[in-house]
Every structure is written in structure tokens, then in C-alpha cells.
Design a protein around this ligand. Structure first.
Ligand SMILES: [Zn+2]
Length: 303
């Protein structure tokens, strides 16, 4: 598969690898200005592919007029860390909302139940998250943007939509001329993004996107989508499905988040367990807000 594709006149989609599975897509809008939407992962492979692909469309880093970050996750801010000295451009990003809690912090109440190996893993992950956050926090953002702002991309304008949920600072860019949404990590094929930091916010974001007349979504991961409403319904269906599964598990009595995660992971104490713990803890917060479950000594039970 080619790494550069012109997806719309003057708009290029560049595939770059990252150290974990799943490629990242950077979009380049080459009009009177050169605009990058996101900047890949800072790993050398990712940056080398980005530079090669830019060269293929006749662009050097020094030609980039502006970079718009959909959010500050590592796989989106790469060039700003690796090539800070070569870039002399405007950098737009959403307002730096509050710091995301690390998984270690998120699982505060559950930690005592975890086997020791997980506590260590969580602490390692937490310290890596702290380092990532420190780097992301010190990016030279030249302009913070909010919902409804417009960004000139060289004769055309992109509308900023605040789309939190995957991260607190997430924005998407809407092109009213072509009804294209540069969605970042908000909408991806086959369901919601793996990481959701706030499920309620994410669902509100889906509502916002449902109101928009969107013909195509250019996402940061996975294929371009031309049925955004289907993608939204798919994401909601997945979320509701998990809610239902939790409710079913709770029918035979009170359980902790750890018990539930273990059940979701077919009783296996392996590396997937942490993923389920995080997922379920998000859902438990939502089910509690909706008064469907209540806290008990053991964890939670149905209301
Ligand atoms: Zn991403």
C-alpha cells in the first residue's frame, strides 16, 4: 500500500508507523499555505516516513506554515518533539484541559485487589505517562483554539469542533466546503477508540458530530469513512453492549471492578486484564451516574 495518497484536491493522507500496532495518518493540506494535521509519532521510523512522504509531495519541513494538533497524544505530536528546531510554524491545539489521570490513579480503589505484578506494571506505565505528559505540556503551541473558531488553511477555512472523550483536549476540524471531518481519534471504523478517558464526554461528542453534515471522515487511524452516522451508531452500540454485559454479570450479586474485568477476560490474569479493568471502571462510573448500579462493600451491585 502506498504511504501517500491524494484524498481530495490538495489534501494528502500520509501513513506513518508507530512503535505499537496500527499506523497513524497525518493529513497535509497543500494550498496557499501548507498545513499539517497532526505530526506522527516521535519514533525515528515514524518521522523518517513522514519526511519521505512530505518530500514526495514536494514539501520540506521548513515549508510547513502550520500544524494543527487534534490532541496531545504521542502518536500525534511527534515532529514537534523530534524536529522542533527545523519547524518555524504556527501550532494550533485545543485548550490544555486538566491532566489525564494515569491508569494508576484511575484504579486507586482497585489496586489492593490486583496481583503484585500489575501494581509494578501500573507504576511503570504511570511514570511513562508522566514523561509523555511533561513533553506534551511543553510543546510550543502558538494558538489555543476553541469550539467554533476557524483556522485559515490558505484560502479555505476549517472549523474547530471540541470533541473530548478520547482525551480532554481533543478537537476535530470540519471543512464546510467539502463536508469533510478531520476526526483525529474520535471516530474510527468498527467502534469507539480503545482509550476513552471520559465516557460521558465521549457520548456528548458523538451527539455533536451527529448534528453535523459530514460526507467523509478522515481519521488518524484506519480507513476513511463515508458513513459517519453508521460509525457513530456502531460506537454507541459497542458502549451499550458493554453496559449490558456488565449488568448481566451483576445479576448474580455484588462484584468489584476487578471481578468483572476477570470475568470479561475469561478468568485469565494476563496483559489484557488491565485493559478490561480500565474499560469497566469507565463504564461503572457511567452506570453509577445513571443510577443503574450502586456502590457496595464488595464493589458495585444493581440498584
Ligand atoms: Zn492516536
Amino acid at each position: 500500500m502506498r504511504n501517500v495518497e491524494e484524498v481530495k484536491q490538495g489534501v494528502f493522507r500520509i501513513r506513518v508507523p508507530q512503535p505499537v500496532p496500527g499506523d497513524v495518518f497525518v493529513y497535509v493540506i497543500k494550498k496557499e499555505k501548507v498545513t499539517l494535521i497532526d505530526a506522527g509519532h516521535p519514533s525515528s521510523d515514524s518521522q523518517a516516513s513522514l519526511i519521505t512522504a512530505l518530500k514526495e509531495i514536494g514539501i520540506k519541513l521548513a515549508d510547513v506554515d502550520q500544524i494543527i494538533l487534534t490532541h496531545r497524544d504521542m502518536d500525534h505530536i511527534g515532529a514537534l518533539l523530534t524536529h522542533a528546531n527545523e519547524l518555524h510554524c504556527q501550532v494550533f491545539a485545543g485548550y490544555p484541559a486538566k491532566k489525564e489521570p494515569t491508569l494508576y490513579e484511575q484504579l486507586e480503589g482497585i489496586r489492593p485487589q490486583l496481583p503484585d505484578q500489575f501494581t509494578e506494571e501500573l507504576l511503570t506505565k504511570a511514570s511513562m505517562d508522566e514523561i509523555d505528559f511533561a513533553q506534551a505540556e511543553h510543546l510550543s503551541i502558538t494558538q489555543h483554539v476553541k469550539h467554533g473558531d476557524v483556522i485559515d488553511v490558505g484560502g479555505e477555512y476549517l472549523e474547530v469542533l471540541e470533541t473530548p472523550g478520547h482525551s480532554f483536549d481533543h478537537i476535530s476540524l470540519y471543512d464546510p466546503g467539502s463536508n469533510v471531518l478531520y476526526g483525529g481519534d474520535v471516530l474510527i471504523e468498527n467502534g469507539p477508540p480503545t482509550k476513552i478517558i471520559d465516557l460521558q464526554q465521549y457520548l456528548l461528542t458523538l451527539d455533536t458530530l451527529r448534528q453535523k453534515n459530514i460526507k467523509e471522515v478522515f481519521p488518524s487511524h484506519g480507513p476513511i469513512m463515508d458513513h459517519h452516522l453508521d460509525a457513530i451508531e456502531q460506537a454507541i452500540a459497542t458502549i451499550v453492549d458493554i453496559d449490558q454485559k456488565i449488568i448481566t454479570c451483576l445479576k448474580d450479586g455484588s462484584k468489584s471492578c476487578y471481578d468483572l474485568a476477570l470475568q470479561f477476560n475469561n478468568g485469565n490474569v494476563d496483559e489484557n486484564l488491565l485493559f478490561y479493568i480500565q474499560l469497566i471502571s469507565n463504564h461503572l462510573n457511567r452506570l453509577q451516574d445513571k443510577d443503574i448500579i450502586i456502590k457496595t462493600d464488595r464493589g458495585v451491585s444493581l440498584q
